[in-house]
Design a protein around this ligand. Structure first.
Ligand code: K2U
Ligand code: ZN
Length: 172
């Protein structure tokens, strides 16, 4: 089932999310709903707080080449355990901050651990767009948005645009 994506500013997008203690079928269904919502947006990642669920769960699929098999990842309690000194700059967007893009600098390579949908612990090294996306999604679990890396004036400008968008959507 497709879920509604919260738009910034929203207090739920600033919360630190709670770790997932036990895997339930409800959480597995939530992860599937998040993947459906992400693909429909379209996006290459989505974090549970973006649909109003304050648990530490993200989904990503950064496969962008047409014809290549999609690689949906469901990640419970994801953690960056190591990151490169070398950084990458990427023009990021966010499904909770529609049509706004800005350059964000992040470590180029990250080692990430997580629990998968079968309850197994996984560890993988991500680079390129996967690294950027996983870090962007884990930031969401800590109440951090990509605009928090921007200068205050730029962040305020984007926030005001989103407040206007929400007023217009409320009237529609
Ligand atoms: O968390 C989200 O809002 C999902 C973002 C993830 C993302 C943002 C910036 C850089 C990498 C990942 C959405 O997927 S934004 C749409 C998008 C699509 C393709 C490439 C970059 C961003
Ligand atoms: Zn985002």
């Amino acid at each position: 089932m497709k879920c509604n994506i919260l738009i910034h500013p929203d207090p739920r997008l600033k919360k630190v999310c709670a770790p997932v203690a036990d895997l339930t079928d409800e959480l597995r269904t939530l992860a599937d709903d998040m993947l459906e919502t992400m693909y429909d947006a379209p996006g290459i990642g989505l974090a549970a707080p973006q649909i109003g669920v304050l648990d530490r769960l993200i989904v990503v699929d950064c496969v962008k080449e047409e014809g290549e098999a999609p690689r949906p990842l469901i990640m419970f309690n994801p953690e960056v355990i190591a990151s490169s000194d070398e950084t990458n700059v990427y023009e990021e967007g966010c499904l909770s901050i529609p049509d706004q893009y800005a350059e964000v600098t992040r470590p180029k390579v990250v080692d990430v651990t997580w629990m998968d949908e079968n309850g197994n612990l996984q560890q993988e090294t991500f680079d390129g767009l996967w690294a950027t996306c996983v870090q962007h999604e884990i930031d969401h679990l800590n109440g951090k948005l990509f605009i928090d890396y921007l200068k205050p004036l730029k962040r305020q400008m984007i926030t005001r645009k989103m407040q206007k968008l929400k007023r217009e959507r409320a009237r529609a």
